[in-house]
Design a protein around this ligand. Structure first.
Ligand SMILES: *Cc1c(COP(=O)(O)O)cnc(C)c1O
Length: 433
């Protein structure tokens, strides 16, 4: 089905369909896209855009990849879906085997779900059930760091940055958690041990109320696009060990190579007790996520008597075979590729290409890690205007707030990367200083 959209269709979209974080009364314009191949989106009017977003961290191999298309076709003709209660199948078993093997340390129990936010809910539920099963009362809250993003469901939202996460909209509803100031020492900066003090002080003061510490390892994504020092993550792991707290690592944005390591925890050699993956897991084809736990977490939950001994979660589309089959193909494709070299090439070009932005009066900071490039402005950008200027220059990016950022597919050519960066520098220069 390759039908043309009329003006009336787009008007229907504007009046009747919510887009992410968008007003229904006065939405910013949307661009109809007709197809996508490699690193390019083709708009309905025929314009081609170099995609700088990988559809929110997920399309790491580019769109419409023959190997992933083949995996999808083969699985769809065999069994697109079957419930996971009382049944199992090869795509889920193979994928769990791969995840157990690839993820850090002894994370070896796997729970499949259908989106990142749900994977975070499941991680938090595991932590809460863990303490209940061990008959430890009162450990019902979470400790995290500011400027985080963990998803849009209620428990995930409760640990998102209280300001950018819009907690005031849900005051009295969203659970109150403990927030340490965001890490100050950046990745690549000189480590300063007092950076950990705020986290340590909160953990020590409230240890008997805290079920788990939850963090995005190294890269704080949608909550601020910040890269912090690996020693901070190491220190958080030591703190959790010393105080007997669980550590949850949200690798939904960082997993599968984005930060330069397969998983960002590897920058610090840290093994969390619970870890979430999603986004790039299927190469951006399907919605699929997983929560992995170490044996001691799973065993503690299972040791509780009766009904309390089971993890109380089971999505309808749990371990969807189509999504698992594509995930298997995507992970294989990644591991068979020179992904480290490719991510390093993207990193080098982002560093070079975004460096001129530093000279602009509009710009507060430029930072790059792995295949992630960030230009932080002093004032919020006008999203509709900057987006239309980027599109005029043949580029797709979706800035928010004071952040214009790029996270290209690892396969993007040097030439395309240069055009992408040049367009960002040109359009940021046109914003008001
Ligand atoms: C995107 C994201 C999520 C939420 O994933 P969804 O699939 O959008 O629900 C959670 N944590 C992090 C770090 C993310 O980047």
């Amino acid at each position: 089905m390759n039908e043309r959209l009329s003006a009336a269709d787009l008007d229907f979209d504007r009046r009747h369909i919510w887009h992410p974080y968008e007003s229904m009364r006065n939405p910013t314009p949307v661009y109809p896209v007709a197809s996508a191949r490699g690193v390019r989106l083709t708009l309905a009017d025929g314009r081609e855009l170099i995609d700088g977003m990988s559809s929110w961290w997920s399309v790491i191999h580019g769109y419409n990849h023959p190997a992933l298309n083949r995996a999808a076709r083969e699985q769809i003709s065999r069994m697109p879906h079957v419930m996971f209660g009382g049944l199992t199948h090869a795509p889920a078993i193979r994928l769990a085997q791969r995840l157990v093997e690839l993820t850090p340390g002894d994370l070896d129990r796997v729970f499949f779900s259908d989106s990142g936010s749900v994977a975070v809910e499941v991680a938090i539920k595991m932590a809460l059930q863990y303490w209940r099963a061990r008959r430890v009362e009162g450990r019902t809250r979470l400790l995290t760091i500011r400027q985080g993003y963990y998803g849009d469901t209620f428990q995930a939202m409760s640990v998102c940055d209280p300001v950018t996460g819009m907690h005031h909209l849900f005051s009295g509803v969203v659970q109150q958690q403990y927030f340490a100031g965001a890490p100050r020492v950046p990745y690549g900066g000189n480590w300063d041990p007092p950076d950990l003090d705020p986290l340590r002080e909160l953990a020590e003061r409230h240890r008997d109320e805290i079920a788990a510490v939850i963090m995005e390892p190294i890269v704080q994504g949608a909550g601020g696009m910040r890269f912090y020092h690996p020693e901070y993550l190491k220190g958080a792991r030591e703190l959790c060990d010393r105080l007997g707290l669980l550590l949850i690592a949200d690798e939904i944005a960082t997993g599968f190579g984005r930060s330069g390591e397969l998983f960002a925890c590897e920058h610090a050699d840290v093994v969390p007790d619970i870890m979430c993956v999603g986004k790039a897991l299927t190469g951006g084809y399907m919605s699929l996520a997983a929560t992995l736990a170490r044996a001691h977490v799973a065993e503690a939950i299972a040791s509780a008597a009766g009904a309390a001994g089971v993890l109380m979660h089971g999505p309808t589309f749990m371990a969807n075979p189509l999504a698992c089959a594509i995930a298997n193909a995507s992970v294989e494709l990644l591991l068979d590729s020179p992904w480290r070299k490719r991510v390093a090439r993207v990193e080098r070009e982002l560093r070079r290409g975004l460096a001129p932005c530093r000279e602009l009066a509009q710009v507060a900071d430029v930072r790059v890690l792995g295949a992630i490039g960030v230009v932080e402005t002093h004032k919020p950008v006008d999203v509709a205007r900057i987006q239309s200027r980027l599109v005029e220059r043949g580029v797709w990016a979706r800035p928010f707030g004071r952040l214009v950022y790029l996270m290209p597919a690892y396969v993007m050519s040097v030439r395309d990367l240069r055009q992408l960066c040049a367009a960002v520098c040109e359009t940021v220069a046109l914003e008001s200083a």
